[in-house]
Design a binder for this molecule. Sequence first.
Ligand code: UDP
Length: 328
Amino acid sequence: MILVIGGAGYIGSHLVKGLVDKKQVIVLDQFSTGHGALVDRRAVLVEGDLGNEDVLDSVFRTYPIEAVMHFAAHSLVGESVVEPLKYYENNVVATCTLLKKMMKYDVKKFIFSSTAATYGIPKVDIINEETPTNPINPYGRSKLMIEQILEDFNKAYGLEYIVLRYFNAAGADDSGSIGEDHHPETHLIPLILKHLLGQREKISVFGTDYDTPDGTCIRDYIHVTDLVDAHIIALEALIKGEKQAAIYNLGNGVGFSVKEVIAMCEKVTGLKTKIEFTKRREGDPARLVASSDKIYEELGWRAKRSLENIITSAWKWHCVVGSSESKH
Ligand code: UDP
């Protein structure tokens, strides 16, 4: 069985849906930001905190767990600056408790969700895994700390792991039944789509004076279904013993500016946005674009879905399921 921590969250729920055909899945989630209804019914659901030793003891004693995939983290950069303790307690301390229990029960295979925020403000246009890490906020630092802990655990205890550094995950499963549903929502694509559905008055563009062609920030948006495919390929490589300690970027290799994303949302929906240009948001690097060549060369994965695919799938989900904020 595969233990998916945070399997009710945005990326976790998509992963469970993709994995449950291949493996027995057990989801551990405290349903704080995740949503139980998003979890595929074929998965076993356990409600609990990943930092709770009793819950972990019970899960590892009860189920024959082959590998752990860890999606449960706080992930808002701005919040991490204001509330670093929350980030270090959940993303670092609780994850250490999980790792301790994995060692205790001899579960030695681990897939870890990391982030482009580990790179900070990179000096290169295209980021590969050799680009120096230098996170500029507690969120990025908390993720890098776990990456370093994993390296040490690999050497000392034989823990085998794959770290996946996501760039900007977006989009929704093709079924339209699950999608991105954060409360509060801070991400660009869902905010634009909510605005176009009439749930927000306008869309704010944070900064127009960046050193980019149109002055707005450039990001590498990756479809959540592409992310899921990468996780499943990584899990298979780990289980087969083909990889023991690896770090991979997950991105499309193509950057889009905030203005370009807005234009694509208008194209996909046929609707017009009302834009407000505001000052920069603290902690935003001008450009974050990934090279994912390493995972292509080593595991054969590459992103298949375009920005248009991402927005089309997200729009479908927002229209069908997520159209009413009052439901929550
Ligand atoms: N952004 C924006 N307006 C918003 C939300 C985001 O201009 O209301 C910009 C943000 O500054 C960044 C890009 O959109 O350059 C993507 O932001 P998001 O929060 O989606 O992801 P992040 O890159 O912070 O992980």
